[in-house]
Design a protein around this ligand. Sequence first.
Ligand code: SF4
Ligand code: SF4
Ligand code: SF4
Length: 579
Amino acid sequence: MEMLNIKINGMPFSVEKNTTILEACHQFGIKIPTLCYLKDINEIGACRMCLCEVKGARSLVAACVYPIDREGTEIFTNTPQIQKYRKTTLELILSNHDKKCLSCPRSNNCELQALCKEYGVDETKFEGEETKYDIDATTLHLVRNNNKCILCRRCSAACKNQYVGVIGANNRGFDTEIGCAFNQTLDAVSCVACGQCTAVCPTGALIERDDTAEVFAAIADETKTVIVHTAPSIRATLGECFDMPIGTNVTGKMVAALRRLGFDKVFDTNFAADLTIMEEGTEFLDRVKNGGTLPMITSCSPGWIKFCEHYYPELIPNLSTCKSPQQMQGAMIKSYYAEKMGIDPKDMVVVAVMPCVAKKFEIKRDDQGHDGIADNDYVISTRELAKMIKTAGIQFTELADEDFDPIMGIGTGAGTIFGTTGGVMEAALRTVADILTGEDLESIDYTEVRGMEDIKEATYNVAGMEVKVAVTSGLSNAAKLLDKVKSGEADYHFIEVMCCPGGCINGGGQPIVDGHTRNFVDVKGLRAAALYDDDKNLPYRKSHKNPEITAIYADYLKEPGSHKAHELLHTSYVKREKY
Ligand code: SF4
Ligand code: SF4
Ligand code: SF4
């Protein structure tokens, strides 16, 4: 490794050759502002906020793409000229921006607003005609508002990184705008609803569809029993919205806050993750024993399912028929729980708190629900839940821990790790191995499928049966894996696919982290570690050991894969066009 001696703002520093100025400054303890840069996926030097001075260079250089390749390079990051240049850049951006910060959903969490504050820019010197764009609210999962777009292209990079690439820059020069090909609305293209574009947008130009008003209205309706359930990963991320460190487990505070919001019951979607394992594990063993379609591919992630339907419909028979945990939980609340409590399911409102905006699409899919009753009525993201808690004046960080409500409030460690890539596979293996060996195995950490690698492969010998598995997350990685399956190059038995890179802990509805944090902090790793910690500390770590799961089979479903289970917990898929 060749090291170079350089100077940053007159101070000596040693850096590896070809490190960018942005990275070197970060190592040196200086944050350079950026609005477009996203490590590995959007390194285009377009926003010009990161301009720095290199002694001897003819003009200012973009720190995010400028490699330091000379001994003795002298860099300046904060001269009056640089400050003036950055201020002008912000003023130019504001000259064609709607500037309605007071009502903007990203206010206080907007990278443009933060930089304007830092540089003292509160109005623009450049008065000109402001372009007015129509707002695209045609989908169930997100809203596009180009009036707040700064053309940073992070969204199109994230969408391409998901293999989909349905949004990008249209036209040129002053007419450039972000949109779909031929200016179609988002509902007319094969967007998979992952929401990754909303997670990287630095402004309020791309946001999830906000369903919080409907949920507040349901809570206020005294004729309704309003039940909420929270996905595995929410406990590891919600705290970030209240300035808690990334990777803080806030399960108890979250439950307490949901009660204070007025929900009648607070259940844990981990319970349904365990139920999923019972059904999916049984389905897998049935396919193996009876010559069913293999590899079987997991079906918990609705963005992945939509992707498969649009882009790999020939692999639909490989998908597990199990509904996602969200849908299983809703189905059991409106059948088993409703019957047990003597509540008409029509008088119930079920709200799912999810890391994912594709879940908003999922609740409206065909072949979900039963007897004309939807499994879930509303889905809100982690961000929307945080907004509700703030609106209600709940002092989140001061709340004492509370427990989920019984009957569907116990989740195992296997359920918790559903929230990160590899977790569904590990949870399934814990149960399948016990079933095949007929033992209560003690060795249950399948570490080969953990971690953030693009594709993880492992072969396990379970009671004499060889089980070849693969795990991937992020749709570009999924596409690589699926191509291997299609070509016959891979002979897996079981595959886990999660739509978002890293799994639900990095879902499109999770708390937004600014570009700098995203680039330089292992956000996914910290959030995942919180889930593995939770797993280790829970009294039950295998889905089939969950006492509420055994009770529900004994009382109601009878056995995994039963007629009743199929009616309530399984679904079907459709081929969709690719546009
Ligand atoms: S996107 Fe940012 S700067 Fe623009 S209106 Fe919203 S908060 Fe203000
Ligand atoms: S939701 Fe996903 S697929 Fe749709 S535009 Fe955004 S990044 Fe692309
Ligand atoms: S929509 Fe957001 S992410 Fe996309 S170019 Fe505009 S500001 Fe950037």
